[in-house]
Design a protein around this ligand. Sequence first.
Ligand code: NAP
Ligand code: GCO
Length: 261
Amino acid sequence: MFRLDGKIALITGASYGIGFAIAKGMANAGATIVFNDIKQELVDKGLEAYKVEGIEAHGYVCDVTDEDAVNALVAQIEKEVGVIDILVNNAGIIKRIPMTEMKASEFRQVIDVDLNAPFIVSKAVIPSMIKKGHGKIINICSMMSELGRETVSAYAAAKGGLKMLTRNICSEYGEYNIQCNGIGPGYIATPQTAPLREIQPDGSRHPFDKFICAKTPAGRWLQPDELAGPAVFLASEASNAVNGHILYVDGGILAYIGKQP
Ligand code: NAP
Ligand code: GCO
């Protein structure tokens, strides 16, 4: 029941990072992998990286915030690959700026990629999922779907909204055998969090690196590949009765007060 053979999975923003790791896991479970990125050079790099893993992926250039481009992408995928069975709304950005110093345009940009785009892409794939009689949508949420912290106001607002968009897609389309769930990763070692792990000029660890390790019961950053199993579960028949759920894959951060300094 955990296999994805015969299923077509679109993972947005999956040339590298969490999307790439989730795509690898889904490919190993039998899915056909389709991904997009904003730049052709990144799509090409991604195709190479999938090939190294023995995965013949399908890559497309598409900005997920552009509704016309997304609708054209889904039509092209349906023509060239087939109807999308599994959608992972993974593409995302973050801007770490104190709120009172953040421009409204910067706030809007984060909301556009992290919240508006999952709406746009989900809206584009749901009609064919309804026709096909099933579908799986997985939204990549965050610790910031539940918690705030300094400098990430736009990101937290977007990821909090994404949690409720997940629940609303579940509510509105569950009757068509479409399950929409979220994955809430903890702190994962990817390019997006690299600035939080930079070695300081004096050779010491970044204060945030030490902070996160104290907040994670296992005392470490998580790896992208640790998200693959939960994603395969939510993409498979094994989760057909799971809907509107945010599965936190955080190593226990949300359960833990943190190690005493
Ligand atoms: P990442 O390394 O920054 O990768 C993000 C990917 O999304 C990149 O391939 C990026 O492409 C793509 N992307 C950004 N804007 C796009 C757009 N408008 N259209 C298409 N693709 C776009 O991030 P990550 O750490 O893998 O995170 C992936 C997802 O997990 C994000 O939604 C993030 O918020 C979430 N998340 C991350 C963590 C973590 O600790 N890393 C934890 C919780 C949740 P470009 O390179 O061209 O920009
Ligand atoms: C940050 C980090 C986090 C992670 C992730 C945690 O600046 O706090 O980037 O937001 O990306 O979302 O779940």
